[in-house]
Write a protein that binds this ligand. Structure first.
Ligand code: PMV
Length: 312
C-alpha cells in the first residue's frame, strides 16, 4: 500500500472569541500560509499504528499512548468511525509549522491533518463535517469546553460565520483582505483564559453577559461591513472588539502594545486573536502600508509577522 498525505491550515478568529463559547456568533478564517501536515505510510508488520510527532521529536505506538494523548485520541476516533477493528500497520508522521498555544489553532490543525491522512490511507475520504466532529472531540482534551470554532474552520478551510449549535455558514467576503498576523512570542494555553473567563462570568454573570452581547453586536456589524467590503468599518470594529477583550481580562500588555503600534503605523484595525494573554494579534492593513506596519510590529516586540491574504 502507498502513502497518504493530508494537510490542514491554521486559523484566525477575526471577531468574537471567548463570547463564542457563550453562544454568541464569531467570524473565523483559515490561514493557509502555515499548515499542519500528516503522512501515513506502511509500517512494519504487526506493529499497529506508530505515531511520529515530528515537531516535538516523539515517536510512540498507539497501543502504548495514554488515552488523553491528542494524536492517539484522534487515531482511535478515526478507527472507531470507520469501524476498523483490526489496527493497521501504519506509521503516521505529523508535523506543524503553526506555533502552539498562540491562538492559531495548531492543535486542531494537527488533529485534522492526522485524521484525514489516516482515513485516506484506509481508503476513506472524510467529509469536512466528519473531520470537524473528530477534531472537536480531540479539542476537548486541549480546551476543556471548546466552542467548536477551531475544528470547524480548519475542517472546512473557508471563512465561516460560527455560532454554537447553529448550522455553520460559509462566508462571502466582498473584497480581498490583507492581514498581518503578529506573534507576541508569549504562549498561553487557551484553556487557562477560557477557564478564567468562566470563573469571572460565574462571579459576575450580568457584567459578562453584557460584554458578550457587546461582542455579538460587533460581530453582526462586522459581517455586514465584510460583505459590503467596507474595510474602514471592519478595522474600527476590530479595535472595538479588542477593547471588549481587554475588559474581559484576556489581553496582555504585549497584545495592547501590538495593537497600538499597528494603529499608529496606519493599520485599519487590530486586535488579539484567539485565547489571548499573548498569542497572536491580527491586523487589517492596506497592502501598500504592510511593510511599514510590519516594521512597527517588530519594533513593539512581535517575534514573527506573517502576511495573509484572503481573496473572495
Ligand atoms: O484556540 P484559540 O486560542 O484560537 O482560541 C479559541 C477561541 C476561544 O473562543 C477563546 C475558545 C473557543 O473554544 O472558542
Amino acid at each position: 500500500m502507498g502513502r497518504a498525505w493530508a494537510s490542514a491550515p491554521a486559523k484566525i478568529i477575526l471577531f468574537g472569541e471567548h463570547a463564542v463559547v457563550y453562544h454568541r456568533p464569531a467570524i473565523a478564517m483559515p490561514v493557509s500560509q502555515v499548515k499542519a501536515t500528516a503522512v501515513a505510510a506502511p509500517g512494519r508488520p504487526d506493529t499497529g499504528i506508530v505515531i511520529h510527532a515530528e515537531t516535538i521529536g516523539r515517536q510512540y505506538l498507539l497501543d502504548a499512548a495514554p488515552p488523553e494523548e491528542p494524536l492517539a485520541y484522534t487515531c482511535r476516533s478515526v478507527l472507531r468511525r470507520l469501524k476498523v477493528t483490526q489496527e493497521p500497520d501504519v506509521t503516521l508522521s505529523v508535523r506543524s509549522e503553526i506555533p502552539i498555544a498562540s491562538g492559531l489553532g495548531s492543535g486542531a490543525a494537527t488533529a485534522a491533518a492526522a485524521a484525514k491522512a489516516l482515513a485516506r490511507w484506509l481508503g476513506w475520504e472524510l467529509s469536512p463535517a466528519q473531520v470537524s466532529a473528530i477534531v472537536y472531540e480531540t479539542e476537548k482534551i486541549h480546551h476543556g469546553t471548546p466552542s467548536g470554532i477551531d475544528n470547524t474552520v480548519v475542517a472546512y478551510e473557508c471563512p465561516l460565520w460560527f455560532q454554537r449549535e447553529q448550522p455553520i455558514e460559509i462566508f462571502q467576503v466582498g473584497i480581498p483582505l490583507s492581514f498581518l498576523i503578529a506573534d507576541s512570542g508569549q504562549s498561553s494555553p487557551t484553556r487557562h483564559t477560557v477557564g478564567d473567563v468562566r470563573q469571572r462570568w460565574t462571579e459576575n454573570p450580568a457584567r459578562y453577559e453584557a460584554l458578550f452581547d457587546g461582542v455579538a453586536r460587533i460581530v453582526h456589524a462586522a459581517r455586514e461591513a465584510l460583505e459590503q467590503g467596507d474595510l474602514t468599518r471592519v478595522g474600527k470594529l476590530m479595535v472595538e472588539n479588542h477593547a471588549l477583550l481587554v475588559e474581559m481580562g484576556v489581553s496582555a500588555p504585549i497584545n495592547d502594545a501590538l495593537v497600538e503600534a499597528a494603529l499608529s503605523a496606519g493599520a485599519l484595525g487590530a486586535k488579539l486573536s484567539g485565547g489571548g494573554r499573548g498569542g497572536n494579534n491580527v491586523i487589517l492593513v492596506e497592502p501598500r502600508h504592510a511593510q511599514r506596519i510590519t516594521e512597527a510590529l517588530y519594533a513593539a516586540g512581535a517575534r514573527r509577522v506573517l502576511k495573509s491574504t484572503l481573496t473572495t
